[in-house]
Design a protein around this ligand. Structure first.
Ligand code: SF4
Ligand code: SF4
Length: 376
C-alpha cells in the first residue's frame, strides 16, 4: 500500500467516524437506540438536538450526591478498549477542533480571520456601549470580557510572535489574565462578595499559575488534568457543575441555539462569559491545532490516563531507527496535530496526548508506523 493510498483510507475513515459521532451524539438521528446513554465524547446534553449524555456533565451531577460509578466504569472500559481514539475519531467537539485546523494551516487566512474578528468584535462592542440602555445593562460584563480579551489576543497574532513555542507560552499568560476577570465579572451577578473573591482568586491562581508553570516546563498538557481535578472537586465541595457553566462546547451547541430560538431571552453575564470562552477557544484553535483537546479538555485527560492500557495501539517498527532522519525529515512529528515530539523515540505511542488520529502513520514515507491491537 503506497503512502497516498494509506492517507486516503485513514483520513476518509476518520471523517466518516467523526460524522457518525456527531449524528449519534448531537443530532438525534438514532434516537431509539442511543437515547439517554452516556456518550464517549464532549457534547452538551442541553443542545436542543442532543439525545445522549455528556460524560463530564453526568459525572459532575452524580458527584453532588454520590459516586459516578456507571459513567466512570463506562469511560474506563471505553478507554481500555481504544484509549484516546474516541477524541480523534468520535468526539463532536474534537471535530470542531479539526475544522479549525484547516485555518490553522493557512497562514494568510489565519491572519485575515484574526484581524477581521478583532475589528468586527471591537466594532460590535463599541456599538453596544454607544446604544446602551437599561435593557442592555446585562451585556456590560460580557462586552467587557470580550473587549479585553480581544485587545489581548489580537497582538498575539502580530509579527514576531508567530513561533509556536512563543505563541503557546503567550496563550498561557493570556489565559491567566482572562481567568483573573472571573471574580470581577461574577461579582456583578452573584453574592456573597468574599466567597466570590476567594473562589475566583483561587481558581485564577491554580489555573493561570498552573498554565504558566507547565508551559515554562514544556508540560502544558498537564493543565487539562488540573481542570479535571477542579471540575470534580468543585462538584463534590460546592455541588455545582462548574465546567458546564464555562464549557465552549455547551456555548456552541446549547447557549447559542437557545439565544437564537428564544428572542425574548435576555442573557446574563455568565452567558457572555461562556461565549467569551468559546471565542477565546476559537481564536486559540486558529493558532494551535487541537488547542482545546491538548490543554483544556477534562474528558481528554480521563481518556489520556487509559492510553497506556488501551488495546488499540500505534507501534513504530525498529527499522525507523536506521532511517536517515535527513531523508524522512521527521515527517511523523511534523504531521502530529497534538504536537507530540517524541514519536521517533517510542516503540509504542502511549503518550497521554495521542488521540490515535493516524496522521503520523500517513506521513511516514517509509511506513514505519502502524495500528495494531492486543495487550503486548
Ligand atoms: S502521535 Fe500520531 S496518532 Fe498520535 S496524535 Fe500524533 S499524529 Fe495522531
Ligand atoms: S516513523 Fe517514519 S517519519 Fe517518523 S522518524 Fe521514523 S522513519 Fe522518520
Amino acid at each position: 500500500m503506497d503512502r497516498n493510498e494509506k492517507t486516503g483510507h485513514i483520513t476518509i475513515a476518520r471523517r466518516i467516524f467523526q460524522g457518525t459521532g456527531l449524528l449519534a451524539g448531537c443530532l438525534g438521528v438514532i434516537v431509539p437506540v442511543m437515547s439517554h446513554i452516556v456518550f464517549p465524547g464532549l457534547h452538551c446534553y442541553a443542545c436542543p438536538l442532543a439525545v445522549t449524555i455528556c460524560p463530564i456533565g453526568i459525572i459532575q451531577n452524580l458527584l453532588k450526591t454520590g459516586f459516578p460509578l456507571f459513567p466512570l466504569a463506562f469511560l474506563g472500559l471505553s478507554g481500555i478498549l481504544l484509549g484516546r481514539w474516541w477524541c480523534g475519531w468520535i468526539c463532536p467537539f474534537g471535530l470542531v477542533n479539526d475544522i479549525f485546523i484547516v485555518l490553522n494551516t493557512k497562514k494568510r487566512i489565519k491572519q485575515g480571520i484574526t484581524i477581521a474578528t478583532g475589528i468586527i468584535s471591537l466594532g460590535a462592542a463599541l456599538l453596544i456601549i454607544l446604544f446602551l440602555d437599561n435593557k442592555w445593562l446585562s451585556l456590560i460584563p460580557g462586552v467587557f470580557v470580550v473587549f479585553v480579551l480581544l485587545l489581548l489576543i489580537v497582538p498575539y497574532f502580530s509579527p514576531g510572535l508567530k513561533q509556536k513555542t512563543g505563541s503557546v507560552k503567550l496563550t498561557g499568560i493570556l489565559f491567566l489574565i482572562f481567568t483573573c476577570f472571573f471574580p470581577v465579572v461574577l461579582i456583578i451577578d452573584l453574592a456573597p462578595l468574599p466567597v466570590l473573591i476567594l473562589g475566583g482568586g483561587f481558581f485564577s491562581l491554580i489555573l493561570g499559575g498552573g498554565m504558566i508553570f507547565f508551559f515554562r516546563n514544556n508540560k502544558p498538557f498537564i493543565l487539562k488534568f488540573i481542570i479535571l481535578i477542579l471540575t470534580t472537586g468543585f462538584a463534590v465541595i460546592a455541588a455545582d457543575t462548574l465546567f458546564c457553566k464555562l464549557c465552549p462546547s455547551a456555548a456552541l451547541s446549547a447557549a447559542l441555539p437557545y439565544l437564537i430560538t428564544n428572542p425574548s431571552f435576555i442573557p446574563g453575564s455568565m452567558y457572555w462569559i461562556k461565549l467569551g470562552i468559546l471565542l477565546f477557544t476559537a481564536l486559540c484553535l486558529v493558532t494551535v491545532s487541537r488547542f482545546f483537546c491538548r490543554y483544556l479538555c477534562p474528558l481528554g485527560a480521563l481518556f489520556g490516563l487509559t492510553n497506556k492500557l488501551s488495546l488499540l495501539k500505534i507501534k513504530r517498527s525498529s527499522e525507523c531507527d536506521a532511517v536517515d532522519k535527513n531523508k524522512c525529515k521527521y515527517a511523523c512529528i511534523k504531521s502530529c496535530i497534538m504536537g507530540i515530539k517524541d514519536i521517533h523515540k517510542q516503540k509504542v505511542l502511549t503518550q497521554t496526548d495521542c488521540i490515535k488520529c493516524g496522521k503520523c502513520i500517513e506521513a511516514c514515507p517509509y511506513s514505519h508506523l502502524h495500528f495494531c491491537g492486543g495487550i503486548a
